[in-house]
Design a protein around this ligand. Structure first.
Ligand code: SF4
Length: 476
């Protein structure tokens, strides 16, 4: 496969390239544009003209510097071994292949896709969707040899994109609906995915019927189809093994595979918890489930929210905390489909005597709540606040009390903690030899840094003894 006829280089080395607003020539899709999507469809061979690129709307060369446009990317492919279940898996590769192009940045997936083309790429002559589509077609056919024929269509016109956008949305819903009918107890095989390790090297997705991948793009059926055609590829089968904790969703097989695939970084995962041994998050999650200590509840914000969450943090700020392939108790990247699962964060809910994760959900951004409202049990629907009901913690507490949200029954009675305090001025504490591990570097346990004969200087040393007996919980 050669790209020598292209004005820009193409290859995996450019994955991870960031194009900041000052470097950007044009933005396609993203949160400020109403309609955008990417979709892969399997077609009959006779319905495809191999190598053809269609464009409906203005070309890159017609777009003004600094402008934003709708973008629809429809990849149609055919091949003797292709089946519909592979569409979502191929679709996830659009992200990777776009990022192979020097001067193109692609984020997210499905209807949240967001691309930027750099000024430098345009200056070099990368100024047409014909070039863009030709690169995608060559990559799809080279990286996925079971694709025999491939054509790509781009939609950049604001009116013409509406019809294919609706077709894409109904395809996503059809896939999700099918997956909602299946549960973890119905299957004897789970699947894993490490496609995002190019961005988050220790991130390992476990895909089960009840826990769709956090990017929302790959459900259990899709992963099964991908593992069947390419068992040694980035999506693979995971024998669940022994169930160690049914409530938490802890399996020996998942722990073992996660440890191996995360290079020893993560060796224990609770599939149904965001608080203890949570599933790692890369950066592609559709939403973040976050703990709100002030009310002992959880909030969920999706990436379309254009305002701050109830904790005062924007999605992008929390995403930095959540992503990167680490286990971050209290910040968990999730798919919207997982919210519909009967197992949704059930372990965390059970710690407070509640049955389902949505019983501890106290806040969602209104756009997300509208989107997932059919998954929220009717009796809870009005009890979950949005930015329209509460703008700070005091208003949230008042809202929850007024609605008698189930979380109110878990609130601790406020009592002053008693403690003994000992303070010494200017303490100098000899620490001897201290060790710390820098995780995620060099595989295994990373590097170990040893500080020999170190001393820590503190202006004062305070020792507190907290009387924990004073803490009481009112349970339901
Ligand atoms: S989020 Fe998970 S399932 Fe989705 S592409 Fe990344 S690793 Fe694969």
């Amino acid at each position: 496969m050669s790209f020598s006829d292209m004005p820009v280089d193409v290859g995996p080395v450019y994955e991870g390239e960031r194009i900041r607003s000052k470097q950007m020539y044009v933005e396609l899709g993203g949160p400020k544009i109403e309609h955008h999507f990417e979709l892969v469809k399997v077609r009959e061979p006779g319905d495809i003209e191999d190598g053809k690129v269609n464009l409906v709307g203005p070309d890159l060369s017609d777009m003004e510097e600094g402008s934003r446009h709708p973008i629809g990317i429809l990849v149609e492919c055919a091949g003797e071994e292709l089946e519909e279940d592979l569409e979502a898996v191929f679709e996830r590769r659009v992200h990777e292949f776009c990022n192979f192009i020097n001067g193109v940045m692609h984020l997210n997936q499905r209807y949240t896709n967001w691309l930027r083309v750099s000024k430098k790429a345009i200056e070099k002559g990368f100024n047409s969707f014909e070039q863009f589509g030709t690169i995608l077609i060559r990559l799809f056919k080279a990286e996925l040899p079971i694709i025999e024929k491939c054509q790509v269509s781009f939609y950049t016109d604001k009116d013409a994109i509406e019809e294919p956008y609706e077709m894409a949305m109904s395809t996503y819903e059809k896939r999700d609906e099918r997956a909602r009918g299946l549960h973890d107890s119905d299957v004897d095989m789970f699947y894993g995915c490490v496609l995002c390790q190019s961005f988050a090297p220790t991130h390992v997705c476990t895909i089960t019927p009840d826990r769709t991948s956090l990017c929302g793009s790959i459900n259990w059926f899709d992963a099964r189809a991908a593992a069947k055609v390419d068992p040694k590829g980035p999506i693979y089968a995971v024998e669940p093994g022994e169930c160690l904790n049914e409530l938490a969703g802890e399996y020996t097989g998942v722990n073992e595979v996660t440890k191996k695939r995360s290079l020893g970084e993560v060796d224990k995962v609770y599939l149904y918890s965001g608080m203890e041994w949570p599933h790692t998050s890369c950066g592609c999650f559709e939403a973040i489930d976050f703990y709100i200590p002030e009310v002992n509840g959880h909030g969920i914000i999706d990436r379309n929210a254009d305002h701050k969450a109830i904790n005062g943090l924007a999605f992008s700020t929390m995403a930095n905390q959540t992503g990167g392939g680490k286990q971050m108790p209290g910040f968990n990247g999730i798919s919207l489909q997982y919210i519909s699962s009967p197992k949704f964060q059930q372990y965390d809910a059970a710690q407070d005597g509640l049955e389902h994760g949505l019983e501890q959900t106290v806040w969602m951004n209104s756009g997300l709540k509208e989107r997932v409202k059919e998954f929220i049990p009717e009796e809870l629907r009005d009890l979950i606040a949005t930015e329209k009901d509460a703008s700070d913690m005091e208003e949230l507490k008042a809202f929850l009390e007024e609605k008698n949200h189930p979380i109110v029954s878990t609130w601790e009675e406020e009592e002053e903690e008693e403690y003994e305090e000992y303070e010494e001025e200017g303490a100098m504490i000899p620490m001897g030899t201290q060790q710390m591990t820098v995780p995620g570097v060099g595989g295994g346990g990373g590097f170990r840094i040893i500080l020999k004969n170190c001393k820590v200087h503190a202006e004062s040393l305070i020792i507190k003894r907290i009387d924990t007996k004073k803490k009481r919980r009112k349970k339901k």
